[in-house]
Design a protein. Structure first.
Length: 454
């Protein structure tokens, strides 16, 4: 298996520290707003990566944190007049609901900042004792980047090329403009006692402290969105390697950026799209497939057309299995299984793997070979990506409609009565009425079924 390492800028043969076991840490959400599709892109991709690693036989320990202590949370909590941790709990629940809807598996460990203040303080003290942390005039506690000779190695920048990591206004308490906060001396919002006084952790220290607690001082994979590469992940490396004098994560992975029809997503541009917005009209697997049709490292531009294209692809897979039940036993097509795995082992190349699955399905269908061996080899491999897990009937009926199921079934019954009494104009009128409401009828083997119109 080869994986692109952001640290070295090249694909490397993956060699976990423990044979057939993988330790992976992914930077999670700061819960102060609804989950948007940029978040969904990152966490669906890593969900698929973890699923695949387990599918091919690795034992995976997957840790994904929650940043529940943050300036954005504190500011939003003030607006609502509630304690900061109560505010974050509300959006943690919303996040869990959205992730469940998207078919994203829960991590093995999901640590929160507020539960790990002791570990964070301990790491800062270690950095201070070793001369990497400092403060001036009772200021915040900073990390001295000039003391770490490898600072900038992930971003591939020298100190002279680095801009301020934490603030745009020059801070006279800093030795270098890119020195970053380890402990913030701020009594606003939420604080904890510390050797330096009341305050709270800086942003970056949390992930180093929590990843080391659950995965050890050296582990296999650290990942997140590309926007975290600098300064967040750069700062994680610096403080972790200085505190432990070890190499921290062996391999760094980053998902590419997402734009909305080639524009940056923002509320000011009125193109801020949440997971809940998408799931009103599209089955969760459609969004998953939309992301998987682009390589996880590549930029992706979201559009309604792109989502519709993903739905057409998924429709074909679901149609293939709509009238077939999974047998208890079947013989997998091992040759094709290995071909699929080989594609995915090349830096989790989901577009290539999906292209193979589409071709296999097309050949199976057009060639008339609907043997259970081939069909369910296809289904097992789709399942390994988190696809085709729903019942076909549920999939084709997914989405918000003006009519209830009962109302639809009543109109279908009225149409069948009209056809039985040779009132074909009335039957056509009912079909057209349903079509205007977004419902398509199909008459198959003497039975009428309905689907949500694409």
């Amino acid at each position: 298996m080869k994986i692109f390492n952001s640290l070295t800028g090249k694909k490397e043969t993956f060699k976990p520290k423990i044979k057939r076991e993988v330790s992976i840490y992914i930077c999670g959400l700061t819960p102060y707003d609804d989950v948007h599709i940029g978040h969904a892109r990152t966490f669906i991709n890593f969900d698929v990566i973890v699923k695949f690693l387990r599918f091919v036989g690795f034992k995976v320990k997957y840790v994904r944190n929650i940043t529940d202590v943050d300036d954005k949370i504190i500011n939003r909590a003030k607006e609502e007049g509630i304690p900061a941790l109560d505010f974050s709990k509300k959006f943690i629940k919303e996040m869990h609901d959205d992730f469940f809807s998207l078919g994203i598996d829960s991590p093995d460990v999901e640590p929160k900042v507020s539960d790990h203040i002791e570990e964070i303080i301990s790491m800062i003290q270690s950095l201070e004792e070793k001369g990497y942390a400092y403060r001036k005039n009772e200021s915040d506690v900073y990390f001295d980047i000039q003391k770490f000779k490898d600072y900038g190695k992930l971003a591939n920048r020298t100190l002279d090329q680095l801009s301020a990591a934490e603030r745009t206004i020059k801070d006279l308490n800093k030795k270098h403009e890119a020195d970053f906060v380890l402990w913030k001396m701020d009594t606003d919002g939420i604080t904890w006692p510390s050797p330096w006084g009341e305050g709270r952790p800086g942003w970056h220290i949390e992930c180093s402290a929590m990843s080391i607690k659950y995965l050890g001082e050296e582990f296999d994979i650290h990942g997140g969105g590309l926007d975290l590469k600098f300064p967040h992940h750069e700062n994680e490396i610096a403080q972790a390697e200085c505190a432990t004098e070890r190499n921290f994560a062996s391999l760094w992975m980053h998902t590419g950026p997402l734009r909305i029809e080639d524009k940056k997503m923002s509320k000011s541009l009125k193109n801020f799209i949440t997971v809940k917005d998408i799931l009103k009209d599209f089955h969760p697997e459609v969004l998953r497939l939309f992301f998987l049709l682009t390589h996880y490292r590549s930029p992706i531009s979201y559009s309604k057309e792109g989502l519709e294209n993903a739905k057409r692809v998924l429709d074909k897979f679901y149609t293939l299995f709509s009238d077939i039940k999974t047998p208890r036993k079947f013989n997998e097509d091992k040759t094709f299984r290995e071909e699929f795995i080989s594609a995915f082992q090349d830096d989790f190349n989901s577009p290539k793997a999906l292209s193979l699955l589409q071709a296999y399905a097309a050949n199976t269908e057009s060639g008339g070979d609907l043997s259970s061996d081939k069909l369910f080899t296809l289904k097992v491999l789709l399942n390994s990506l988190g696809l085709l897990l729903d019942e076909a009937e549920n999939y084709f009926k997914y989405g918000e409609l003006e009519l209830s199921d009962r109302e639809i079934e009543k109109l279908i019954s009225d149409r069948n009565d009209a056809r039985g009494n040779k009132k074909f104009d009335l039957a056509d009128e009912i079909r057209d009425q349903l079509l205007k409401k977004g419902i398509v009828l199909e008459d198959l083997d003497g039975k009428t079924i309905w689907k949500k119109k694409s």
